[in-house]
Design a protein around this ligand. Structure first.
Ligand SMILES: *Cc1c(COP(=O)(O)O)cnc(C)c1O
Length: 374
């Protein structure tokens, strides 16, 4: 295994796997004529933007800085949505973005004169109040009292002049049956406005590159909306682009005992994979099984002072050793974009695996910690 020799911790993105995902997405584009954008908040490894650009139409951003990154490295369509825009950033946003989506009619009214000056396509995010997910309320923009999007009751059809599209984002790691349900709600509540729009953005959360994803239903959904209302359709997945396309490689620093064996790694859930604690979930590990399934069980924890900095309990065929390397799976997404230096932790390097070669793209050190403090 050529992971044995790399410095850890390190996020290693596998180019082959990324390409496989991109091919699936490109196929949807080719079969439907829709546009697919990378949601950068999930995956912003800009060294692979030139590769992604060969397959996808561009990017979407959650704010000015992501939009600037796309402007510098992606050179495709540059969409943006934020719950609210700052006055001191909006001019630059209009300069580099082609599609600007507003979260309220108040924001639209405020920035409409600039939108006209810069001749940009503007949209309104709608909230169809249609929850299709259970369990993860923090990922449900349709939960009660959500600040995301304009509900039917607050919709202002008297202010639509200059608006060319609608946007909804309600899914998270979901299949196309939930998209179908959501579209029914969108059509029921907002269908009458769709005839006057040029485009509709289906948001992200479509788990298109997952094995059991029903692509035929997605294609039906896109074609149905495109043909019924004469619309351009946009999808902006994050996860689906880099799903299962990378590992976080880590080394066992120590093994201690306290009622069970506990391995302390050189990577931290709190710092390097915060979704493990936030969501929460238990990542897969190469050669790792459920606790007690194999002879040697360990709790895996980070080197920080946070008692809850625990990745999970795993069992292995053979005992772990100090110096053993472990590969945590599906760590390209929502990892390097969310990491932090709590406890002065070193940030994992970022690498790209091409064929059998691992190329270190970037390494981090003390200065990256110091730079954000004073
Ligand atoms: C998070 C988000 C996305 C991407 O979601 P994934 O779950 O990563 O596919 C797209 N659009 C908006 C508005 C989002 O908030």
């Amino acid at each position: 295994m050529n992971y044995e020799n790399i410095q850890t911790p390190c996020y290693v993105v596998e180019e082959d796997k990324l390409i496989k995902n991109l091919e699936i997405l490109k196929d949807v584009i080719d079969k439907t004529g829709c546009h697919i954008l990378l949601a950068q908040k999930c995956f912003s490894m800009y060294s692979v933007y030139p590769l992604i650009r060969k397959y996808l139409n561009g990017t979407t951003s959650s704010g000015l800085y992501e939009a600037k990154l796309a402007h510098e490295y992606m050179h495709g369509e540059n969409h943006i949505y934020a719950a609210a825009y700052r006055e001191d950033e909006i001019e630059e946003i209009f300069t580099i973005c082609d599609h600007v989506v507003f979260n309220s009619f108040a924001q639209w009214e405020k920035y409409k004169p600039l939108a006209i000056k810069y001749k940009k396509e503007c949209g309104i995010r709608i909230n169809p109040s249609c929850s299709t997910q259970e369990g993860h309320a923090i990922y449900d923009p349709c939960a009660p009292f959500s600040r995301m999007g304009v509900t039917k009751d607050n919709f202002r059809d008297d202010l639509l002049e200059g608006i060319s599209g609608l946007h909804f984002h309600t899914l998270c790691e979901q299949n196309s049956d939930d998209l179908l349900t959501t579209l029914k709600a969108v059509e029921e509540q907002f269908g009458s406005y769709l005839y006057q729009m040029k485009w509709l953005n289906f948001g992200g959360g479509h788990h298109i590159t997952r094995k059991d994803y029903d692509i035929e239903t997605l294609i039906y959904c896109i074609k149905h909306m495109k043909e019924t209302y004469d619309l351009e359709i946009y999808l902006e997945p994050g996860e689906a682009v880099a799903l299962d396309a990378g590992y976080l490689v880590t080394t066992v620093l120590d093994i201690v005992e306290n009622g069970m064996n506990i391995a302390i790694l050189d990577t931290s859930a709190a710092c390097h994979m915060p979704d493990v604690l936030e969501m929460p979930y238990r990542p897969q590990i190469v050669g790792g099984y459920d606790a007690k399934e194999k002879p040697y069980t360990y709790r895996l924890g980070g080197p920080t002072c946070l008692s809850g900095d625990i990745i999970g309990d795993y069992s292995f065929e053979k005992p772990l050793q100090i110096g053993s390397k472990l590969l945590l799976c599906d760590m390209a997404i929502y990892s390097m974009v969310k990491n932090n230096t709590f406890n002065g932790m070193k940030l994992p390097a970022i690498a790209l695996k091409k064929g059998e070669t691992i190329e270190i793209v970037k390494e981090f050190g003390y200065d990256d910690f110091k730079m954000r403090l004073s």
